[in-house]
Structure formats: C-alpha cells, structure tokens
Design a protein around this ligand. Structure first.
Ligand SMILES: CCCCCCCCCCC/C=C/C(=O)SCCNC(=O)CCNC(=O)[C@H](O)C(C)(C)COP(=O)(O)OP(=O)(O)OC[C@H]1O[C@@H](n2cnc3c(N)ncnc32)[C@H](O)[C@@H]1OP(=O)(O)O
Length: 302
C-alpha cells in the first residue's frame, strides 16, 4: 500500500504547471450534471466523461476532431480528466474510447512538432511523457475500446491501458509506425511495446513501422481481443467487470510491480529525453520530412 501511495504522490508531483494553470482557469473545465447521486461528471471541450457510478466505471470519450490528434491542449484535458477520476473514490475503472468516427487517435499532433520553437517542443514533449506516465501507472483499471485507426501516439496511448479491445474493421490498424515518417520511436515507446508483444515481434514491428490490421494485431498481441464493431463498448464493459472483481489493492500493487521498472527508466532520464527530442525534432532534415508528410496528408483530399 505504501508503494502505491508513494507512486500516486510521485506522479501527482509530476503534474506540470501547464496542467495546474488550466485546472484553475474558469470555464475550461467544470462540473456538469452527474445525476442525483452526488457523483460529478466532468466535461472539457475535447474530453467527454460519462460516469456509471453504480458500476464504478467512467467512459472517457476523446473528441478532438477531425482525428483526435494529441495536441498540447487535448493532452492537458485528458490528464485533468484522468486525475479527477482517480481522485474520486467512486471510480475503479475507466474505458477510453473515441467520439470521432473511424479514428481512435491519429497519434501525436504533427503541428505541435513542426515549425515551432525549441521551448514549445520541450513543453509539448513533457506533456507527452506525462500522458504516458499517468496512464501507464494509473491506479484505475484502464481499458481501451479501440473504435478506429490508431497509429503511433494513438497506439502508445492504447498500450498504456490494461486491456485493449479492437473493432474488427479492415480499415482499422494499430501500431508504432514512426519509421514510416522518418522518425524514431523513443525508448519508452519501444519499452511499452516490448512489454506487450515481446522483443522479437517489437523489433520487427518498430523497424518496419508496421500498422497491424485487426486479425494480425490480435495474433501478435498488440490487442487482447477483436470483436464486431457494435460490440466494442459492451465487450470493454464486461472485461472491466472481470478486472474489477479482483481486490483493488492487490491488483494495483501488481500493476505497479510490473510497470514501475519501465516507468522508472523514463523518470530518471526525463530531462535528457526532452533534450534528445528537441535536438532531434529541430533538425532541418526532420522538419522537412514532417512538413512533407503533413503536406501529403493535406493533398490526399484532392
Ligand atoms: C535518436 C532518437 C531520438 C528520439 C527523439 C524522438 C523522436 C520523435 C518521436 C515522435 C513520435 C511520434 C509519434 C506520433 O504519433 S507522430 C503522428 C503519427 N500519425 C500518423 O502518421 C497519422 C497521420 N494521419 C493519417 O494517417 C490520417 O489522417 C488518418 C488515417 C488518421 C485519418 O485519415 P482521414 O482521411 O480520415 O483524415 P485526413 O488524413 O484527411 O486528416 C484530416 C485532417 O487531420 C490532419 N491530421 C491527420 N493526422 C494528424 C496528426 N497526427 N497531427 C496533426 N494533424 C493531423 C490532416 O492533416 C487533415 O488536416 P486538414 O483538414 O487541415 O487537411
């Protein structure tokens, strides 16, 4: 228990000033109607939280259209929602899913990594680290109901969860495809994938930038279950019930036991990781490839 409390204190202490500022800002987030049972439902412009107090579960819907790219503001709102749910003793589990049809998350927001200054890159990267740390170490059961394509950072967010349910739609794919963009998945992205699918499969997937369609994602273990699209949410709910049957303290401590060494690696190298990212992303060659990639995305439309 002391370990669990220690981890919560540590991760809370890591909450960035940008998050504190936003939390205090009136009108950005705020309590909304949550029923007559005293449980509050928190909303923010890009995150919709649907609480089910009787089940001890909240569904967190990402709605940052068009593609749920993980911008600085969106990451901040996601973290604040997570923190609020963690601090509310009503909740023991969350299901994270998308409100954008066909897209779980397009990953990190490329516009946050292009044509900005080094200070911005550092701030953005710290927010990405924070998202990973907070979700990876959350004391809640976190289940991803993946109802759309989920490349790169979108896959990373799924990999922080305790269980992944993917909709069986041939248009959906999931994976860390960074090499296809000419960028390198950082060591903690890599560690999370290795912890999920093993070293050999991770090495192949990372070098080739593989995006796995549902059947392959299940075979390699990137996801735990593939179900018809209309059963993703209900499956996530029944899996959640099974996880919530386990005594919470034993499950939480086991989660920390399994994940702490991986998280510690980033925690001890956090500043160096930010410096590496800023140095890497500021390179002319990287900026050119990211610009070209964004242009290609825009031209795709016609
Ligand atoms: C030495 C070691 C040092 C290591 C240092 C670290 C190195 C850096 C590591 C960085 C890790 C990066 C992780 C990432 O997550 S990068 C992002 C990866 N994501 C993708 O490649 C997905 C890109 N998007 C798509 O493929 C499609 O958009 C998608 C299939 C998701 C949806 O297709 P759809 O046809 O529905 O929509 P559009 O393509 O038309 O897109 C609509 C608009 O959204 C914009 N868009 C899309 N994706 C992003 C994004 N990730 N960020 C920002 N904006 C995005 C797209 O441009 C369209 O915009 P417009 O409407 O303005 O045209």
């Amino acid at each position: 228990m002391a370990l669990a409390v220690g981890m919560r204190v540590l991760t809370r202490a890591l909450l960035r000033p940008w998050a504190r500022g936003l939390r205090a800002a009136p009108g950005r987030t705020g309590p909304a109607a949550g029923g007559g049972d005293g449980v509050r439902c928190f909303r923010s412009p890009r995150v919709l939280v649907e609480p089910d107090p009787a089940a001890g579960v909240a569904v967190v819907k990402m709605r940052n259209p068009p593609v749920n790219s993980l911008s600085l503001e969106f990451l901040t709102e996601l973290l604040i929602s997570l923190e609020k749910l963690e601090n509310d003793k009503t909740f023991h589990g969350i299901i994270i899913t998308s409100d954008c049809p066909g897209i779980f998350s397009a990953g990190l927001d490329l516009t946050e990594m292009c044509g900005r200054d080094p200070e911005h890159y550092a701030e953005y990267w710290k927010a990405v680290q924070e998202m990973w740390l907070r979700f990876y170490l959350s004391n809640l059961v976190v289940i991803a109901a993946i109802n759309g394509i989920s490349p790169a950072g979108g896959c990373l967010l799924s990999l922080t969860c305790d269980y992944r349910v993917l909709a069986n739609n041939p248009k959906y794919a999931i994976g860390l495809n960074e090499t296809l963009l000419g960028i390198v998945a950082p060591f903690w992205f890599k560690d999370t994938l290795v912890n999920t699918i093993g070293h050999r499969s991770a090495e192949r997937a990372l070098q080739l930038g593989l995006l796995f369609p549902p059947a392959e994602a299940l075979r390699v273990g990137v996801v735990d279950q593939v179900v018809p699209e209309d059963q993703v949410q209900s499956t996530a709910r029944s899996v959640m019930a099974q996880w919530l049957d386990i005594p919470d303290h034993a499950r939480q401590l086991t989660k920390i036991l399994m994940r702490k060494p991986t998280a510690d690696r980033l925690l001890t190298e956090r500043d160096a990781d930010i410096e590496n990212f800023v140095r890497f992303i500021c390179k002319d060659s990287i900026q050119k490839s990211l610009h070209a990639y964004l242009e290609k995305l825009k031209q795709k439309k016609g």
